[in-house]
Design a binder for this molecule. Structure first.
Ligand SMILES: O=P(O)(O)OC[C@H]1O[C@H](O)[C@H](O)[C@@H](O)[C@@H]1O
Length: 563
């Protein structure tokens, strides 16, 4: 066995047992489990700080959870987790350590990569971020014409966009009315940049060019255009005071013209999709203030410690991961929906899509063999409640596919804020009550369903004929038995948000170990980038390249309209 070789899940004894157990449980209704054992509502709940994770509505018994924990052990989850924390190069196709946990390590524990503690460097960058964020927020550091900076535009894509964007949206009560408004430009579609700049003034705008590699086509194109916008208004000299960079590639940043003292670094052991905790979090620190950014880190660190030390059967990310494996392996679940009942978390599904699908969307295992006999990462999707209810919940309730879902909600509303006048304040509070009622009801409806008898009785009471009832009733039946996790917490503050996000990151990690894939490379994004370069050349008038007939026709059509 090579260093990182882990057993294929299907070769373990636990998988075999789970497979038999799944056959036995498939016909069991959650309603029956609750009727027989109401105490599961208390027993199958995990806690971390004020986070309550209700697992009782899963198609799982104590025996299921025991077997899933055994599978985690037999697949080497604890060993791999310890290797990650120990700074070993577990991203073996790129020969890199995986240490986003070091970025939020609030303890005095050193974290060593290649014999060197990385914590002093981490702390140094955090100190520089603090100093910079404080100076911009206080107005000590101003624009080229002496104006206060009021707007920060993050230019980045993928991991250099989704994390900070999602966090800034989630924590908007911490910046609305404050000194800095954050904006995010990611798409190479010029509309994204142009529309964002339309409402901004160059004198008061700071650009954060965020790119781990500083070679990403979209980011460099947007950064160059933003620079042209600034220079045409304020001259070349303004670039110094209106641009900062976040990157691991200092040489490329220098070529772009951003000085070293305006560059905030990170390291190749930070994966792009795990980087919001690094200097990639600069727009967060600028918008909400460094102390709140630190609270976010502290929340994530709390989960890191829990993940590292809690027994597997009480370990929140481990149990959540294993339930995901359970449905994918034995219930043909192809997707996984994240449904935050919190408008603030509306970009969380998008962030998680990159985190999960770029990490575990693989079909070759750690032994470089094509994966056979099981599926890997699910399709991740979701929208905030209650919007989703009026869009796709039909399929969740009555579709032919099983979709495990995570419901998430803060019990306290973020609005009204202090000072909101009545009667608006009580109306907003009341809306939050409606929001929670909907979430709890949806989880109940998915699980309990509605039987043919109940539907028939209802239709009879409405006076429908027997014929009409026979025709209509089956359409109104809800099978139920559809599983969900419900995660509730007191408030969506930076600390709780940090904890939530870290849970999902480690969930991805654990599933990657079970499925025996390297969750930390992303070769699957390369081919499209490579082909786009060739086609770009053709669209710009370069010689035609060999393509299939469909691609060649599209290239020809696009060429005919491009000036
Ligand atoms: O931060 P950058 O180097 O600009 O990379 C931005 C993104 O681009 C790539 O396509 C990767 O798939 C992502 O993992 C990454 O987050």
């Amino acid at each position: 066995m090579r260093g990182l070789d882990m057993p294929r899940p299907t070769d373990t004894a636990a998988w075999n047992e789970l497979s038999k157990h799944a056959d036995a449980i498939r016909g069991v209704q959650l309603r029956e489990l609750f009727a027989k054992d109401p105490a599961r509502a208390q027993r199958l709940v995990l806690h971390h700080d004020d986070l309550r994770v209700d697992l009782s509505k899963h198609r799982a018994t104590d025996e299921t959870l025991r077997l899933l924990t055994t599978l985690a052990e037999q697949c080497g989850v604890p060993a791999m987790r310890d290797r990650m924390f120990a700074g070993e190069p577990i991203n073996d196709t790129e020969g890199r350590a995986v240490l986003h946990v070091a970025l939020r390590n609030r303890s005095a524990r050193p974290i060593v990569v290649d014999g060197e503690d990385v914590m002093p460097d981490v702390r140094e960058v955090l100190d520089r971020m603090r100093a910079f964020a404080d100076e911009v927020r206080s107005g000590a550091l101003r624009g080229a014409k002496g104006d206060r900076i009021t707007d920060v535009v993050n230019i980045g894509i993928g991991g250099s966009d989704l994390g900070p964007l999602m966090v800034c949206e989630a924590l908007s009560p911490y910046w609305i009315g404050g000194p800095i408004r954050p904006h995010f430009v990611s798409n190479v579609d010029p509309a994204h940049l142009a529309r964002t700049l339309h409402d901004l003034r160059p004198e008061t705008t700071l650009f954060v060019v965020a790119s781990k590699t500083f070679t990403t086509q979209e980011t460099i194109a947007n950064a160059k255009a933003a620079r042209a916008w600034l220079v045409s208004a304020l001259g070349e000299v303004a670039v110094r005071s209106h641009f900062v960079a976040v990157s691991t590639n200092h040489a490329k940043v220098g070529e772009f013209g951003i000085a070293r003292e305006r560059t905030f670094g990170f390291w190749d052991w930070v994966g792009g999709r795990y980087s919001l905790w690094s200097a990639i979090g600069m727009p967060i620190a600028l918008a909400i203030g460094f102390e709140h950014f630190e609270a976010l880190l502290a929340g994530a660190h709390g989960i890191d410690e829990h993940f590292r030390t809690a027994p597997l059967e009480r370990n929140v990310p481990v149990v959540l991961a294993m339930l995901g494996v359970w449905y994918a392996a034995f219930f043909d679940a192809e997707t996984f929906a994240v449904l935050p009942y919190s408008q603030a978390l509306h970009r969380m599904p998008a962030w998680l899509q990159q985190g999960d699908m770029e990490s575990n969307g693989k079909s070759v295992d750690r032994q470089s063999k094509r994966i056979e006999g099981y599926t890997t990462g699910p399709i991740v999707w979701g929208e905030p409640g209650t919007n989703g209810q009026h869009a796709f919940y039909q399929l969740l309730h009555q579709g032919t596919r099983l979709v495990p879902v995570d419901f998430l909600a803060p019990l306290e509303p973020e609005w009204p804020r202090p000072g909101t006048p009545e009667p608006l304040a009580s109306m907003l509070r009341d809306q939050h009550t409606l929001l929670l009622a909907n979430m709890i009801a949806q989880a109940e409806a998915l699980m309990v369903g509605k039987s043919l008898e109940a539907v028939t009785r209802e239709l009879e009471a409405q006076g429908l004929s027997k014929d009409a009832i026979d025709r209509l009733a089956p359409h109104k039946v809800f099978e139920g038995n559809r599983p969900s996790t419900t995660m509730t917490f007191r408030r969506l503050d930076p600390r709780t948000l940090g904890a939530l996000l870290a849970i999902y990151e480690h969930r991805i990690f654990v599933q990657g170990v079970i499925w025996n894939v390297n969750s930390f490379d992303q070769w699957g994004v390369e081919l499209g980038k490579q082909l786009a370069k060739t086609i770009e050349g053709e669209l710009r008038g370069g010689p035609s390249q060999p393509h299939d007939a469909s691609t060649a026709a599209l290239v020809a059509e696009a060429r005919s309209v491009i000036r």
